[in-house]
Unconditional design. Sequence first.
Lengths: 225, 208
Amino acid sequence: MTGPLHGISILLRRELLLSFRRPDQLLQPLVFFLIVTTLFPLGLSVQLSLLREMAPGVLWVAALLSSLLSLESLFKSDADDGTLEQMALSGQSLTVIVAGKAVAHWLVSGAALVVISPVVGTALAIPASAFGTMMVSLALGTLTLSWLGAIGAALTVGLKRGNVLLSLIVLPLAMPLLIFGAGATDRAISGTSAAGALYWLGALCVLTCTLAPFAATAALRITLE
Amino acid sequence: MNTGIDGLAVEKVHVWRGDRHVLKGVSLTVGPGELLHVSGANGAGKTTLLRVVAGLLRPEQGAVHWRGASILAARSEYQAALAYASHEPALKSDLTALENLRFLVGLKRPVSLSELGASLERTGVAQCADLPARVLSAGQRRRVAMARVLAYRASLWLLDEPFTNLDAAGAALMSTLLEDHVAAGGAALVVAHHDLNLSANTRHLSLA
């Protein structure tokens, strides 16, 4: 039998291959992130101080929304074509399947978002000295969000149009991320220590990484029936 | 016949879907070297029964046993011995036939590409191995799904309408595969709304 770690690596390869076969689905959330964040400097007055003050919030809200865009399809396309049933009967625990898919989701949405965030940061007049903190906070936040989203996606997989409900389930849970994530970026911009907020983000990330797989597994088991 | 110990035994399974009592105390056994053909009108609960047997649906009453143990207790052992083919071919349209097999079979057991190629060859779709599933016809997709069942190397096959979309040659091939599986000591539970006409050790169960 295939072991759980090998199972996760097979799933990761499968998810990444599927994402790269459909580059439009890979790029859309990133382009959305870029466009939403560049709308703000265009819409607001050109005062740099005002923009810089609003930048962390804008950046984080856009990151949350763009991560949400790709969440609906996390389990849905596999459920629709019957491959999710095959995975559920593969002898692997459902937790392995949830873990593989959540990590793959983070790699193609969250990690990509972290990589392009300096571009967005520049557009929002965030000083380059704050980029490090901003990227670390985004990495922790989007990973947490992928796990929270896995719970929401598992709960709504059986619904015809579950996208709105998915947002209503996930966004309230993501509020602490927004508070600490934007807080960390804000401190980094003003030049004070962002350690406190980053520790909180790290704690939230560990909490969801350890508990969300089981919650998402339970949700998926209910919706598979 | 002591099939409850070395094969599949379903005991008085009841399933309700909302207010509808779909399965009303269905019992059956399938031992090694046996094929059970389940027939019944549309909506009689054939697919529901298959999902219960596969462990995808938990019955309100009754139990499913495999080799004497409840399938809930011996979950991973049961799933390792099981090949389930739903009426969907369960292929990702953006992956090639071979990739589709590689990932799903690989989750169940370590498998080599040449072995998967041989399964595709056996079901007559070796030429489709490197084509994305999206360009395959419905019959070819069915054959690829059947190649996956072969590659699982399972002792229990659960097949939902396996003859759908197959041409005459495909249907004959499907019958041969089933006969070979049963002759090699495998067990099969086949849901089909028509007669199977197999020479294998076949029993029938009609769902009212």
